[in-house]
Ligand binder design. Structure first.
Ligand SMILES: [Zn+2]
Length: 307
């Protein structure tokens, strides 16, 4: 936690300075919320990308930069938003510590309901334990604990395959197989590689956060109308699952069947990617996503290839 607190003031955000430290027994990585350099240069701090701010949240920044997140722990300076909760769950993180001072900030007061009503619920379903940490008093207080025998639902896992090499021909094969298997459903796919250079294919469709089953949840969980919802979009799922598995998405080979959401597009740029293949460049979940992709394309931040 001290590592996160040590970097939090390096965040360039004027009001919400947030930091996170992700750790496993093998490594530690700390990040603040940040504007990817290319977004900051082209749009500054005040222009949104579609319906999303141009910033990558600190929790997601850690996940995108990590070598492998399955079973990792995360320290955060502030109660986290529901989108981060979904991403943390998808990345296979199992424990979160929140700095006690984070609960006293303005940000927590404004966002507290989303944390209580949604972030905590998402973590409970995913089997993530949450603690409040007081550095001064050296105490750790449970906020939510998980029983040892709890196993979350995972009824649409990201499909992982192996591929002989990273080439356009294999990439197009993976896209066409996924199209055939998913019969008209929205999906995203990518080629990715591990530390030894071995190549994998990843394919995801949208799904409720880890631990929620499409078969049994009430219709309200499928609702997309609020500021936050329980669905995790396919490109975000690819980004988080690549981190979970210790894979890096190949810069040349990321595909989405329709235009990803504004938030997904900012995360793609935050992951250092600058090329996106699209099946249908005119369809998106919402019109703001079409604005976002136009902004990023016109600023030469994201090259779009239709396949
Ligand atoms: Zn967040």
């Amino acid at each position: 936690m001290q590592a996160a607190v040590d970097v939090v003031n390096t965040s360039l955000h004027a009001t919400n300075k947030v930091a996170a430290t992700l750790f496993t027994k093998d490594y530690t990585i700390s990040k603040t919320n940040f504007w990817p350099g290319v977004i900051e240069q082209a749009f500054g701090h005040d222009i949104d990308i579609g319906s999303s701010s141009g910033t990558v949240h600190a929790e997601v920044a850690c996940i995108l930069a990590a070598s492998m997140t399955e079973g990792a722990s995360l320290c955060v300076t502030d109660p986290f938003c529901p989108n981060c909760a979904k991403n943390i769950a998808e990345a296979g993180i199992k424990t979160i510590y929140i700095d006690h001072k984070g609960f006293d900030k303005d940000f927590a007061a404004r966002r507290g309901d989303h944390f209580k009503n949604m972030s905590l619920q998402v973590c409970a379903r995913a089997g993530i334990a949450i603690y409040q940490l007081n550095r001064k008093e050296k105490t750790i207080t449970p906020i939510a604990e998980i029983s040892d025998d709890y196993k979350p639902f995972n009824d649409a896992p990201v499909v992982v395959g192996t591929v002989a090499s990273a080439s356009r021909a294999y990439f197009l094969d993976v896209i066409s197989d996924s199209r055939a298997n998913l019969a008209g459903e929205k999906f995203a796919t990518a080629l990715a590689f591990d530390a030894s250079g071995k190549v994998f294919s990843l394919c995801a469709k949208p799904h409720l956060a880890v631990g929620y089953s499409r078969c049994i949840e009430a219709p309200e969980f499928q609702d997309l109308t609020g500021k936050y919802n329980f669905i995790l979009e396919p490109v975000n799922r690819l980004l988080m699952n690549a981190a979970r598995l210790g894979l890096k998405i190949h810069a040349e080979y990321l595909y989405s069947s329709i235009v990803p959401t504004s938030r997904e597009l900012v995360n793609v740029v935050g992951a250092g990617l600058n090329k996106l293949h699209l099946g249908d460049a005119n369809s998106a979940r919402d019109p703001e996503a079409l604005s976002a992709i136009t902004q990023l394309n016109n600023a030469n931040i994201l090259t779009i290839v239709t396949v």
